[in-house]
Design a protein around this ligand. Structure first.
Ligand code: CEZ
Length: 794
């Protein structure tokens, strides 16, 4: 059976050919001011910044405002973008893309592009194509609907673009058609009760509009009147009337439905353009129309967005025996990495660990943006060296949600970021940049990292292990140390790794006293973990406030966590004997057909000395899912210890397909890596492997880093490029075009029998140690890499 989806246009588009096989398959479009997640059946989730996230299409009921969630359920009235088609003679009714009528189509295509999405649906010889794109810097959805008569006979149809708006406000909501503005205008007032809130929100874009380029014959702005008794599958306004009633909504749930009666001869087609967007007032609406529905508006937006997304061009193009992987790495993964650094996940207070890791990814795409992010983060460092839970990005922003819960890991991400940034750029000068904090104290970047490392060394208990407070990398592990005594094994190992990285950077800069201090700190952490947390076959996760070791063999649930194992490899805590036992344990306890789970067995009930994590549904999110961010750490660690095949398996398991069953089981298009795939395959086999569809994840940056630096082994090293690919043993060859420090490297990798070690030639000249220095910007180098045949490594 072939997969229901596949790449086209040389990997730049991914097309799903069924609305049923992967019903939750989705993609996302964004610019810096808005985000639009689109499901294959037409459901949509959109938000824009003003400056905090806000919505312009709502659910039909009051909604709790929260951050983007995994596995968002859809339902008939879920916001979406739809178009009904009625055959006036045959009475046939269907809707594009698929919901809400859900008529089985004769042909279906959900075609996902890097900057646009298009559906093509054909029912009974009528073909409807709906496509959407976003402008580069405006909050607006630019929709084109094209209807074509492919039936070989004349057809009398009515087209009904249906853009539900939902329950806008309990204070004030309404909707009506405005001929003077050329569309349906839904008005509301964002609910508030405090006087100061009015002044904060009086410029909010509280209107939602559907503007057209061609005037309709009729319209409906009242949701209930549109549906009547027929509901959404057979709305009264369509099936019981020849023309929509041209109704309005008066403190009633508004909607936006337009009607276009058409007579199409065989082969004939009609095309319409619409702008769906929030707006503040009439002037704002007129400006939207002028910008987007004027001549060339859509084309200008498309070229502007294309130009903006050109920055998403990665630093590597690959060609391997795995074409799906190639398409993903060449077009989609750098896009997802860029999305994170470009939009900061559409928050005004990104979590500090997310901010630094997302910008670690930007080091390969836009190093200046990465550099600026480091300096902004350090400007919010506390006087004693701690890093805040979130980084405030705009004036007046506040720490929200999880950033109001104290976590103790944020400092470790500074050296982790710097290692990647310095390898990619060689920009050691950044360490001397003076950064002033909120108290006006100025310190150099290097002094601030010293301070952060010393803070990690202070935050230790009598055993020498890191306090966890209400969480470390694992956000919902909030009750291990809330009494102030609990410690994290993962954070102790991550601190050891961070201290080692920073010691190495200090040594490179001749800051030997500091290098010695921090290297000793790393050893102390490793020694403490090996003394208190080695459980015989793996490292335990931590020790609770009441002195209970958890994440160990004696636990019935959550007896092994992946993160301590990964970071024990990175920090050097695990010697070869312990490494072998640990890897065997991970394979036995956590490996699944869909990747490596972050803990196992999942918790099936509250453990009050671990916390909220244990209350998550078994196999979802942090409670035992294949949490790709954690799997990425395992991949990174395995590459660092040269375990290339296991690392490759971990990497490849994050990307769905091409096997048909795998695509259908995960329900994930290979256009982004989700934050998790469901785990608990023994407890809940039915849902195991299912994608969360959440594209906000630190995994993207790590996947890109490991692909460039480890799999293809094209890693910066001071003023040079180290060339040391780690191809999986079943690959006999691979090729990469690597952009690095202004030069290009055409790298051809193959295997050669009779050699015991990798051989590298650059422009025909042998490179004994595989490191090319003195790189000339603007030059193109030809690199030949010969790997030993599998089984012949010396
Ligand atoms: O958020 C992520 C965080 O953004 O969870 C990761 C953490 O490292 C990331 O920084 C692991 O805990 O609060 C919750 O329960 C949520 O599960 C968040 O922890 C989670 C969200 O799902 C976003 O992915």
């Amino acid at each position: 059976m072939t997969a229901p989806c596949g790449f086209e246009a040389d990997g730049r588009r991914c097309v799903l050919r069924s609305p049923l096989a992967m019903p939750h398959a989705s993609t996302f479009l964004w610019n810096r001011r808005m985000l639009l997640q689109l499901g294959c059946r037409g459901y949509a989730t959109a938000q824009f910044m003003q400056p905090e996230p806000a919505k312009y299409a709502h659910a039909p009921v009051l909604e709790a405002r929260t951050f983007m969630q995994p596995e968002q359920p859809t339902y008939a009235h879920h916001p979406g973008r739809f178009c009904y088609v009625k055959d006036e003679d045959a009475g046939l009714l269907f809707s594009a893309p698929h919901a809400p009528v859900n008529r089985r189509p004769d042909a279906f295509a959900f075609s996902v592009g890097v900057a646009d999405v298009e559906w093509t649906v054909r029912c009974d010889g009528i073909e409807v194509a709906m496509s959407v794109a976003l402008p580069p810097d405006d909050v607006a959805e630019l929709w084109t609907i094209r209807v074509r008569n492919r039936s070989g006979r004349a057809r009398r149809l009515s087209l009904y673009p249906y853009f539900p708006v939902g329950y806008m406000s309990w204070m004030n909501q309404a909707g009506r058609y405005r001929a003077d503005l050329g569309g349906i205008v839904c008005t509301s007032v964002t609910p508030y009760q405090k006087v100061e809130d009015w002044f904060r929100q009086r410029d909010f874009l509280d209107r939602t509009v559907l503007l057209h380029d061609r005037a309709p014959a009729a319209w409906e702005a009242n949701q209930a009147a549109f549906e009547g008794e027929g509901g959404l599958t057979t709305p009264d306004a369509i099936v019981s009337r020849a023309r929509l009633a041209c109704g309005d909504a008066l403190y009633e749930t508004p909607t936006a439905v337009l009607q276009y009666p058409l007579e199409l001869l065989p082969g004939a087609e009609e095309s319409f353009r619409f702008v769906f967007a929030p707006a503040r007032d009439d002037a704002g609406i007129k400006a939207l129309r002028a910008r987007h529905l004027g001549a060339g508006g859509f084309e200008r937006a498309a070229s502007g967005q294309q130009a903006r997304l050109s920055a998403a061009r990665g630093c590597i193009e690959v060609e391997t025996p795995d074409p799906w992987f190639d398409a993903f790495v060449n077009h989609w993964l750098p896009r997802q990495v860029f999305y994170h650094g470009d939009s900061n996940r559409l928050t005004t207070d990104p979590q500090t660990r997310n901010y630094l890791q997302d910008h670690m990814g930007m080091a390969y795409l836009d190093p200046q943006a990465a550099r600026a992010a480091l300096l902004r983060a350090l400007s919010q460092q506390a006087p004693e060296g701690a890093m805040p839970d979130g980084i405030l990005l705009v004036e007046g922003a506040q720490l929200k949600y999880i950033n109001q819960v104290p976590h103790t890991d944020h400092c470790v991400w500074l050296p982790v970021f710097l290692e990647a940034y310095l390898d990619e750029t060689g920009d050691l000068a950044v360490l001397d940049v003076a950064v002033a904090d909120r108290d006006g104290t100025t310190r150099s970047v290097a002094e601030r990292i010293d301070l952060a490392m010393r803070w990690l060394l202070v935050q230790r208990d009598g055993r020498g292990l890191s306090y966890i407070a209400q969480g470390d990398w694992c956000d919902p592990m909030n009750m291990v140390g809330w009494k102030g005594r609990g410690v994290s094994g993962w954070l102790s190992l991550a601190s050891a790794h961070a201290l080692r990285l920073w010691a190495g950077i200090c040594r490179r800069c001749g800051r030997d006293p500091e290098a010695g201090e921090f290297a000793a700190g790393a050893q102390a952490f490793n020694a403490a973990v090996n003394e208190w947390l080695w459980d015989g076959d793996w490292y335990a996760r931590g020790i609770t406030d009441d002195g209970v070791v958890f994440g160990a063999r004696h636990d019935a649930e959550g007896r092994i966590y992946l993160n301590p194992q990964s970071w024990a490899l990175l920090s050097g805590a695990a010697d070869d004997e312990r490494r072998a036992r640990m890897v065997a344990a991970v394979e036995a306890e956590l490996a699944s057909p869909w990747g490596v789970a972050m803990l196992g067995p999942p918790y099936t009930g509250m453990r009050e000395d671990v916390g909220r994590l244990t209350q998550k549904f078994p196999g979802s999110a942090e409670n035992g899912a294949i949490y790709n961010h954690a799997a990425a750490f395992w991949m990174h660690a395995l590459y660092r210890v040269g375990d290339a095949d296991r690392a490759w398996r971990t990497l490849r398991a994050m990307l769905a397909g091409p096997d048909a069953d795998d695509c259908i089981r995960r329900g994930q298009l290979p256009v982004f890596v989700p934050n998790y795939y469901r785990g608990a395959w023994r407890l809940h086999p039915r849902t195991a492997g299912r994608s969360s569809q959440l594209f906000n994840t630190g995994t993207a940056a790590w996947m890109y880093r490991c692909t460039v630096e480890s799999l293809f082994g094209l890693r910066g090293d001071g003023d040079g490029l180290r060339i040391a690919p780690q191809l999986p043993s079943h690959w006999s060859r691979a090729r990469a075009l690597r952009r690095f420090r202004g030069a290009e490297f055409d790298v051809r990798i193959g295997r050669e029998s009779g050699i015991a070690a990798t051989r590298v030639h650059v422009d025909g000249t042998p490179l004994p140690d595989g490191r090319l220095a003195g790189i000339e910007a603007g030059r193109r180098y030809r690199v030949e890499v010969r790997l030993p045949e599998v089984g012949e490594v010396g």
